[in-house]
Every structure is written in C-alpha cells, then in structure tokens.
Design a protein around this ligand. Structure first.
Ligand code: NDP
Length: 259
C-alpha cells in the first residue's frame, strides 16, 4: 500500500499540490500518493478523525482550516506557534505535529529579492498568509510596513510583530510589495494599490497565482514580478522533505506546476 498524503481545503479543486507532489514522488520512485480532499467545514472533525487514525502519512492544510486544525494537533512547531497557523501535518512517532512551511516559501522569495540591498517592504493583508510573510521578513531583518483593509486587524498584527502600520490610501515608498490578501481570486480581481504608487516599486510578489490584475499591471509597468506559484513550490518542497526524508526534486516540481 502506498503512503497516502493529501491537501485538505474548501474548495480545493484548483490546487496544484497533487500534480506537484505526485510528480516528485514518481521522479524519485517513492511509493507515495497525494490526493485532494475537499472537506466541508462542517465535516472537518470527521476528516481529522481519519488523520488521527493514521490514514494519511502527511497532510497539507489550506483555506479555511489553517487555524482550526491547530486544535487537533498534539504539538505545534515553534514557527507554527509564532505565526499562529498550520499548513502541514506529519507524525513524529505517534505525535501529530502541526508545522508551517508557508513562511519558508516566502523567505526563499524575499531572500532573493533583497539580495542587492532592497530592504523596504510593504505587506498587504492581515490573515495567515500575511503573518507568514511577516515572520519571514522579520527573519531577514527587513524594514517592514503593513497595511490592511480592516484597520483594527492590521494595527493589531503590526503591533504583534513590532512593524509599522500604514493606511492603504497613504502608502510609503518601498522596494518590495507583497500581496497577502485574497484580492485577485475569482469575483474580486482588481488592483489593490494605485498604479501611480506601484510605478515606484521595484518588485511585486503576488501570493495569488491566478493571473491577477496586480500581476498583469506590475509586468506592464516594468516591475519584477514573482508569482505565488514560487511560494507554492518552496513551501511544497519543504513538506516533501518532511514527509519523505528526501531532498525535493525542485526542477520536477517546478515543471509540474507550470513554472
Ligand atoms: P485570510 O482569509 O486569512 O486573509 C485574507 C486577507 O485579504 C485579509 O487581510 C483581508 O482583509 C484581505 N482582503 C480580502 N478581500 C479584500 C478586499 N476586497 N480588499 C482588501 N483586502 C481584502 O487569507 P490568507 O491569509 O490565508 O490567504 C491570503 C491569500 O494568500 C489567499 O488568496 C491565498 O490564496 C494566498 N496564499 C497563497 C499561497 C501560495 O502558496 N501561493 C499560500 C497561502 C496563501 P480584511 O482583514 O479587511 O478582511
């Protein structure tokens, strides 16, 4: 019987994770299989019973379960605890561990972008993705600004991470702009910042990888644009290493998600 892994979310049909992980398992000849589990939030408790019973060797956790799942694990990794979100489950013996690899995906991207002294960064959003971005940016010791549609949430998060909060209509000049909101997903695809402001930004990292208006505009005006698919790749590579103990075949995974 192959070792089974999966991504749990609602909805999850659009996820590129099955293609990415299955290509990597196949490439290394590992007897693993990865599937998508779309679980209605009302049935999440039943899904977690299956996890606790050992049906899955590893689980990727996505929207809307990244925080809910924390109630079911035996142990949280230090970064999952700081970020307050879990995107990866694995067993350490019989202990179910909640880990966060999203931050690592972001860290890899930011590290490359700030290599040549581009150190001022604005993160837009105040959900789990923004928390992971803050954790990564703090680790790189960047000059960090945070903004959010709901001011109270943004201000609280900025305080938690000891960074500067700014109003979305009065943004400071920065080198890197990170979209950590869900703007760009179906039904709400619009430019989250003014084009005039964006023109002064050197690099744009859009976590949403559905060909957003932000991505299109940033490319048109000559910004360096990093797709959210890169984050998917690096956070997935880290998961692969946790579950299999093998180095992730990055090129194979990259190709599988169309990068
Ligand atoms: P959350 O639901 O926790 O947070 C959503 C954020 O988006 C909030 O800050 C919310 O603001 C903001 N937002 C939503 N709609 C609007 C709008 N119309 N105008 C302005 N702000 C808006 O989501 P996550 O943090 O978990 O994820 C955010 C995005 O990151 C998702 O789109 C997800 O797909 C993407 N992501 C990508 C990954 C990858 O591998 N590429 C991995 C993880 C996430 P408010 O507080 O005001 O509600």
């Amino acid at each position: 019987m192959p070792k089974k892994c999966c991504v749990v979310g609602f909805p999850v049909g659009h996820s590129l994770s099955p293609a990415m992980h299955n290509a990597a398992f196949k490439h290394l000849g590992l007897d693993f299989v990865y599937e998508a589990c779309e679980v209605d939030p009302r049935n999440f408790v039943d899904f977690m019973d299956r996890v606790i019973d050992g049906e899955f060797h590893g689980v990727s956790v996505t929207v809307p379960f990244k925080q809910t799942v924390m109630d079911y694990v035996n142990v949280l990794s230090p970064c999952a605890k700081s970020i307050d979100a879990v995107n990866t489950l694995f067993f350490d013996g019989k202990t179910l561990v909640g880990e966060n690899t999203d931050w690592f995906g972001i860290y890899m991207i930011l590290k490359e972008l700030v290599r040549f002294k581009r150190r001022r960064i604005l993160i837009y959003g105040a959900g789990g993705a923004a928390r992971s971005a803050l954790y990564a940016a703090k680790d790189l010791d960047l000059d960090i600004f945070l903004t959010n549609r709901t001011k109270s949430k943004g201000e609280k998060l900025a305080k938690d991470f000891d960074v500067k909060y700014c109003d979305p209509i009065n943004l400071p000049e920065v080198d890197v702009f990170v979209n950590a909101t869900s703007i760009g997903l179906s039904g709400q695809n619009f430019l989250p910042v003014s084009e005039k402001w964006l023109r002064r930004v050197e690099s744009v990292f859009d976590m949403v990888y559905t060909g957003t208006i932000l991505e299109q505009t940033a490319k048109k005006i000559g910004c360096k644009v990093i797709s959210g698919k890169k984050m998917l790749l690096y956070q997935g590579a880290k998961q692969f290493e946790i579950w299999t103990g093998e180095a992730a075949p990055i090129r194979v995974m990259e190709k599988a998600i169309g990068l």
